[in-house]
Design a protein around this ligand. Structure first.
Ligand code: SF4
Ligand code: SF4
Length: 333
């Protein structure tokens, strides 16, 4: 793998240099106390000090809502018009390795029984420049699910902080092309990376799936889900949660078909038109979340659909903690 270096001064110039070449540049920006990814024109306002952003990079590949077709009807019949996905050439700078590693997890889903043109075009047109973690908090658990503070999965370029700037690891061809857009900013030498964050393992992943396979009806589901409010924050902030709903918004002469995020923690998510709900309790819905991520997804795609970013714990209003649940599962007889 090719490695380069970039000084702090040149890194600040990189944002404007890429924007001037026509890229949409996206980076973490702090507005009051909220740090989220936004389009930037230069380095002013970019905030890379947060352990992780509140929202993940998911919405730049799979937006919370998007129109997927338009239709009109008249006496002559119905006319359907496909909508081209909006997918500008984008460079995301400042993703954490956990967020980047959510992309291969999502790729498996969006190319499974159907190639989702909307997701795939954005994925193709987006370069991900990650920054390795030198700090973690008590909610991070990437190392428990196969990741790590310098895990390269899903990144096109990985930056590691040094005393004078960053060590630049060029992971993919897309990463190579990004460097080629501003070659004058990179040098052949880089300092030594600062120590990566220490993220202790919180549970034994190997023991989770075997228990889940045998305990669909365990009393544990009810016990651990009592306090859940069904707010859905955990699903919306999760970089790998991908459930959506398709709705028609129609008027007298036509309408649009819209793909919207949905979430397994909402009672309405599985409610049938008949009124029957196959997941009638929060215990059933929380069981689905854990079973899907740590059992069914592994069965279908060979990987867990959790990257250990900790957002579902950090931002849950009632302190639900999936690592406590997974530890109890891993330690259960
Ligand atoms: S964020 Fe917490 S309270 Fe809200 S649905 Fe998820 S687990 Fe339940
Ligand atoms: S389940 Fe929680 S920790 Fe795992 S990827 Fe989703 S938000 Fe992050």
């Amino acid at each position: 793998m090719k490695t380069k270096g970039i000084t702090k001064e040149n890194f600040e110039k990189l944002f404007a240099a890429l924007a001037s070449k026509g890229f949409r540049v996206v980076a973490p920006v702090k507005v009051h106390d909220l740090v989220t990814f936004q389009e930037v024109k230069d380095a002013s306002g970019v905030w890379l000090e947060e352990i992780n952003t509140k929202k993940s990079i998911k919405e730049f590949f799979f937006p919370a809502t998007e129109c997927i077709l338009r239709y009109r009807w008249s006496e002559d019949g119905t006319m359907v018009r496909d909508v081209a996905p909006s997918a500008p050439e984008t460079v995301i700078i400042g993703a954490r390795p956990c967020d980047a590693s959510s992309l291969p997890v999502m790729d498996a889903l969006f190319t499974w029984d159907y190639n989702d043109a909307f997701y795939l075009r954005r994925r193709r047109n987006t370069t991900v420049v990650s920054i390795a973690c030198n700090r973690a908090d008590e909610y991070c658990f990437c190392t428990s699910v196969g990741g790590g503070p310098h895990n390269l999965s899903g990144s096109d370029v990985m930056l590691s902080a040094t005393d004078s700037g960053y060590l630049v690891e060029v992971v993919t061809e897309k990463g190579e092309e990004m460097l080629a857009a501003a070659p004058e900013l990179f040098s052949d030498s880089a300092g030594k990376p600062k120590p990566y964050a220490d993220v202790p393992a919180k549970f034994d992943l190997e023991k989770v799936k075997p228990w889940l396979e045998k305990n669909f009806d365990s009393p544990l589901w009810e016990e651990i889900s009592y306090k859940c409010l069904q707010c859905g924050v955990c699903t919306y902030l999760c970089p790998t949660c991908h459930c959506f709903d398709i709705q028609d918004e129609a008027h007298r002469t036509g309408g649009i078909r819209v793909k919207n995020w949905d979430g397994c923690q909402f009672a309405l998510f599985t409610k049938h038109t008949s009124g029957h709900n196959p997941r009638p309790t929060q215990a059933a819905r929380w069981r689905q979340r854990v079973q899907h991520k740590f059992n069914y997804y592994v069965e279908r795609f060979g990987t867990v659909s959790c990257v250990g970013c900790g957002r579902c714990i950090r931002h849950c209003p009632v302190d639900m903690n999936i690592t406590d649940h997974l530890r109890r599962i891993a330690e259960a007889k």
